[in-house]
Write a protein of this length. Structure first.
Lengths: 243, 243
């Protein structure tokens, strides 16, 4: 784990790092010492580890909950190099959709392929981050919607250290099989007028989680319109389950 | 408005009253003076104004939010006399179901009939309670699930003083028409495995509310199994919208 920068502002220290060429960021409370809960955050498609929504919520986890937060760039996103393989599949999928094929199964297959790379990457990051003195091996949560749900469901299913997850804006076609392996508490976000994930697909994914403690929060609006009250709710959810 | 008893314990004063022969209860903070938000609570079928779930949540509204709370017995419930008309309809409906008729439309028609009595009763209670010095004409919320939703939706639709509502465990067949007239913020509770309200009926009722600010919270479990975290959420919802 190679740290390349550290800056602190308004109570939050931000450390940029590389781990096996994967660029990541760790946020911790200024002056933090000792073990604390850690939230792994997965960014959305076309975004990156410091996208405004991620950064803003990460800072709240740090300042309001005293948690640590880690996020890394997904392949072909952020500070990672162009990946010709994924680009080629993307271009092929676009052509197939233009030729009349359905988009959703193609996206599902693509996310499954990327997850085979990101799940072990994120597990390695978790190993490394939890060895730092100011993070430690405390309880772990996962927060991710949209692509962060598509890649997050297989991660949470595979990773026993994750004790609670906020997921959402994802559908059963891509994620139901892995979701059945999840038994930790889940808060699942649905945008009622999501133009990208059909409503019945969202409800079917919520249905698929094996967690006894799961809750679905649906709000009006399109894919990107999660209301501020849900971010408040994420803070409380993790405070309840990790603190 | 005729008060018949007043008892105070652990910071909550409970006043039992009659208003035009309707028995009711008002909870306020001990030593309360001046105007405050008021929550009207509607109890479930077969229950009453001081059923354990109502009483416990009402006390939390008072102690944690400094609100006033009022609840009255629905006709044929609690301290109200037996109503032969409703009993007769109930018996007839039971016979019709045993003869093969569908239950849901009969319940919907029955609730609509009862609501024609309860909506004006509750409005009269609101008039009277808001004239008390320790309640006043502050913002009003409504909380009710199951029968409290079936009677609550027409009440909230009819009553412009209600500024926010928690509703749930109800379906579109009974309530969608009135729900389209509701535009205030709504938090709507769904039990994912509700044995009494079909899931698609619940989702369709949520869909019907005209409120721009509405949120659906679904949790696993049967009709009566609302988790404690949702009661916490009701407290925050009203704090956000009324305080």
């Amino acid at each position: 784990m190679r740290f390349v920068s550290e800056t602190c502002s308004d109570g939050v220290c931000e450390q940029l790092f590389f781990l096996n060429d994967v660029p990541g960021v760790l946020w911790t409370p200024e002056g933090a010492a000792g073990t604390r809960p850690l939230i792994v955050m997965g960014h959305g498609g076309g975004q990156h580890k410091k996208a405004p929504d991620i950064l803003s919520l990460a800072r709240r986890f740090v300042t309001e909950c005293d948690f640590a937060v880690a996020a890394v760039d997904v392949p072909n996103h952020g500070d990672r190099p162009v990946d010709e393989k994924y680009n080629r599949i993307g271009t092929e999928n676009q052509a197939r959709v233009e030729a009349g094929e359905e988009l959703a199964p193609l996206v599902a297959a693509f996310q499954a392929l990327v997850a085979r790379q990101t799940v072990p990457e994120w597990q390695t990051v978790l190993d490394a981050v939890q060895q730092l003195d100011h993070v430690g091996a405390g309880p772990v949560g996962y927060w991710g919607v949209s692509l962060g749900c598509g890649l997050g469901v297989p991660f949470v299913a595979a990773e026993p250290r994750v004790r609670a997850a906020v997921l959402g804006l994802g559908g059963a076609l891509a994620s139901a099989a892995d979701a059945t392996r999840i038994t930790v508490p889940v808060e699942f976000l649905v945008q009622w007028d999501d133009e990208r994930v059909p409503r019945d697909q969202s409800l079917a994914l919520f249905d698929a989680f094996s967690s006894a403690d799961k809750t679905l929060h649906a709000n009006p609006g399109k894919h990107g319109d999660i209301p501020a009250s849900e971010l408040e709710s994420s803070l409380r959810f993790f405070s309840r389950h990790l603190a």
